[in-house]
Design a protein around this ligand. Structure first.
Ligand SMILES: [Zn+2]
Length: 241
């Protein structure tokens, strides 16, 4: 059974009023934080230890306990990270069975993959096409990886690396799609300008507007114009060669 049936509402942690499952994050009445309310009675009848164990070796074995529909899953294989027995630390703390959960084993090396898997899936379910976040690092890595997996907002004609950063021009794809040579050269030139380092994005956009000549070049320019306010996927550390 898919999960949305069990998540019933968003409930305010302060005033306990309920709101519909919509893309909101504060209570309309008191600005309190919202958390998901579930139908635990119904859940109890369906979810068992065995039903969870039968699921995939990822966060999706808990699909019934997540507030999103698995049909929209943005799955980068997050979760199911190893438990490591910490005998010596356990002894220090007087605990006989102490385990550490190694969430560095997630696909982008942080526990943020768990929350972003749920958030990205819910965003797709709601019909959003762009993911964005405020981050000091780990969250951005996870968001860009999920966005890449979901095919959300990455510059056209680009290849991305595992972190969702632009790694280069998709030359093979352009060739297969039958792009003429001069169009490919135009796009390559546009990429060179767009992903050059050292000048602000506005300057690069101005240069780009003066440089593009072909229809796909124009398309790239329009995309960058429309997306730049939200931020573009950056360049891979491996360069854009
Ligand atoms: Zn409230």
């Amino acid at each position: 059974m898919s999960s949305p049936g069990f998540a019933t509402a968003l409930r305010c942690r302060e005033c306990h009023r309920e709101s519909a499952m919509e893309p909101i994050y504060v209570c309309d009445f008191c600005f309190g934080p919202l958390e998901v309310a579930y139908d635990y009675e119904a859940l109890r009848k369906v979810v068992t230890r065995e039903s969870i164990e039968r699921g995939p070796a990822s966060i999706w074995r808990y699909a019934d306990l997540l507030p999103c529909d698995r049909e929209y899953a943005v799955d980068i294989q997050a979760g199911f990270t190893p438990l490591i027995k910490a005998d010596r630390l356990g002894k220090e703390l007087g605990l006989n069975h102490l385990y550490l959960k190694n969430d560095c084993a997630n696909p982008t090396w942080s526990f943020k993959d768990r929350v972003v898997t749920v958030a990205a899936t819910k965003a797709r379910e709601f019909g959003f096409t762009t993911l964005a976040c405020a981050s000091t690092g780990n969250l951005a890595n996870s968001v860009s990886a999920h966005a890449a997996r979901a095919g959300m907002d990455v510059v056209p004609y680009a290849l991305t690396d595992a972190d969702g950063r632009v790694a280069g021009l998709n030359r093979v794809g352009l060739r297969r799609a039958g792009f003429p040579r001069d169009h490919v050269a135009d796009i390559r030139n546009a990429f060179r300008i767009l992903f050059s380092v050292g000048s602000p994005l506005e300057n690069r956009m101005e240069q780009l507007a003066g440089a593009v000549q072909s229809p796909p070049g124009q398309r790239l320019l329009q995309f960058v114009k429309a997306t730049s306010k939200r931020g573009l996927a950056g360049r891979s550390r491996r360069g854009t060669g």
